[in-house]
Design a protein around this ligand. Structure first.
Ligand code: FAD
Length: 383
């Protein structure tokens, strides 16, 4: 019997899933089991769309359709929580199983607090996340740094600190550090992220720490809740999944890898936040002066739920109809999310005039946490 707190290796018994899966196929198999056995009514996952730069969120009700979602799309920068909020009525009337990265999970929890999502109805299968790559930047990086036509790439993966591509004619890996020094690599919010293993999910699944003969063939699963333990136990009893205790050496390696990633996140925070400090107001003024008031940052933000902005009323501090907007247009938004920005990066990712919105709101959030959280005696918030 699996129990909360266990760390295990898990692998699927389904050869179709094994072929497509990123590691041991545990994520797809568990979701399939949950759907087939009516533990959930619908699964929200991601599948490849037009090509591997096109990650599409899908709501699946027929378990056999889940095979197409196996595998990781590192150029998939979508947010699963807003999909559930908008298209599945916040899981208010159905049970939803969902794959979540750290930012997906933090935003689900924030939406849960705002009664926008019923978390009692949500089964969360977490995937560790070292970061994702913007699809347009990813194509540019592959063309310019790898010297490969991005349309010829058949697979991409992130492994042992490298971004690796397979393409017609070969494969190539370049260290992420090197790519990032040259302005490529992971999105800037992912570089600053310190929530790499989503332990508030029911299960946290990844590849760090799988060593020995199971390397590349099993998923490392950290069991984070009784609900997660129950799902694993049932899937094993039904012979859908096989498991073994994680190798203690693997657990140690995993801890070290996580530690190194957290240090790297801290390094990026220091670099980017310190650069902001010297001329913050000038920076905000200059950058937000490009705003065309498309409202995308408000609509796509999982924590700035749009109630105060519905119907687009402007405040007495913001003149309606003016472009560029008054600086207060963005300052109001930064203020409204200052205690709950989860650094998902959607505001920045989808801004048509490329204002570094996530950088500013993340810096404000971290500043607030650093000022108040230690005084409350709680552990600093890990966003
Ligand atoms: P599978 O059975 O192959 O299932 C994978 C699931 O992930 C599918 O349900 C699919 O829909 C979903 N998925 C694919 N792309 C995305 C996406 N962009 N956003 C949300 N869901 C998605 N593990 C580590 O140990 N270290 C890392 O640094 C790391 N970085 C990752 C970065 C990204 C962007 C992603 C998506 C995953 C990352 N993982 C990382 C997790 C790892 O790639 C595997 O997903 C995990 O080990 C589970 O393997 P599996 O074979 O059981 O999953």
């Amino acid at each position: 019997m699996a129990a909360k707190g266990d760390m295990i290796y898990a692998w699927t018994t389904d050869s179709g899933v094994a072929k497509k899966a990123e590691c041991g196929g545990a994520v797809t198999t568990l979701l399939k089991y949950a759907l087939e056995n009516k533990i959930v009514d619908v699964v929200v996952a991601v599948k490849k769309g037009f090509d591997l730069y096109d990650a599409v969120p899908v709501a699946i009700t027929d378990a056999k359709d889940l095979d197409q979602t196996a595998g990781s799309l590192h150029c998939g920068t979508l947010l699963m929580s807003t999909f559930i909020q908008k298209y599945l009525d916040g899981a208010k009337n159905m049970k939803v199983g969902v794959v979540v990265k750290g930012c997906d999970l933090m935003s689900l929890i924030e939406l849960g607090k705002r009664n926008e999502i019923n978390m009692n109805n949500v089964l969360t299968i977490g995937v560790n996340c070292g970061g994702s790559v913007n699809p347009i930047q990813g194509r540019k990086m592959i063309k310019e740094k790898f010297g490969v036509d991005p349309d010829k790439v058949t697979k991409e993966e992130i492994d042992k600190g490298q971004f690796i591509i397979e393409y017609e004619g070969g494969h190539k890996g370049i260290k992420i550090d090197e790519l990032e020094e040259e302005g490529f690599g992971r999105r800037s919010n992912c570089r600053r992220c310190k929530y790499k293993i989503p332990r508030q999910a029911d299960l946290a699944c990844g590849n760090w720490g799988v060593i020995g003969e199971k390397a590349g063939k099993a998923t490392f699963v950290e069991i984070c809740s009784d609900k997660g333990a129950d799902l694993i136990s049932k899937a094993v009893s039904a012979k859908k999944l096989e498991t073994s205790a994680a190798d203690p050496k693997g657990i140690e390696i995993r801890g070290k890898t996580e530690g190194a990633m957290l240090k790297l996140g801290e390094k990026w925070r220091k670099k980017e936040f310190t650069a902001l400090r010297d001329n913050l107001w000038d920076f905000i003024n200059k950058e937000t002066s490009r705003c065309i008031k498309c409202y995308s940052c408000i609509e796509k933000c999982p924590v700035c739920i749009s109630t105060p902005f519905e119907g687009r009323p402007e405040s007495y501090m913001v003149r309606p109809g003016y472009i560029p907007s008054d600086p207060m247009f963005h300052l109001r938004r930064f203020a409204s999310i200052s205690d709950s920005c989860v650094n998902c990066g959607q505001c920045e990712e989808l801004c048509p005039v490329e204002i570094p919105l996530a950088l500013i709101s993340h810096a404000i959030r971290v500043e607030g946490d650093n000022a108040y959280v230690p005084k409350l005696g709680a552990a600093p918030y890990k966003n």
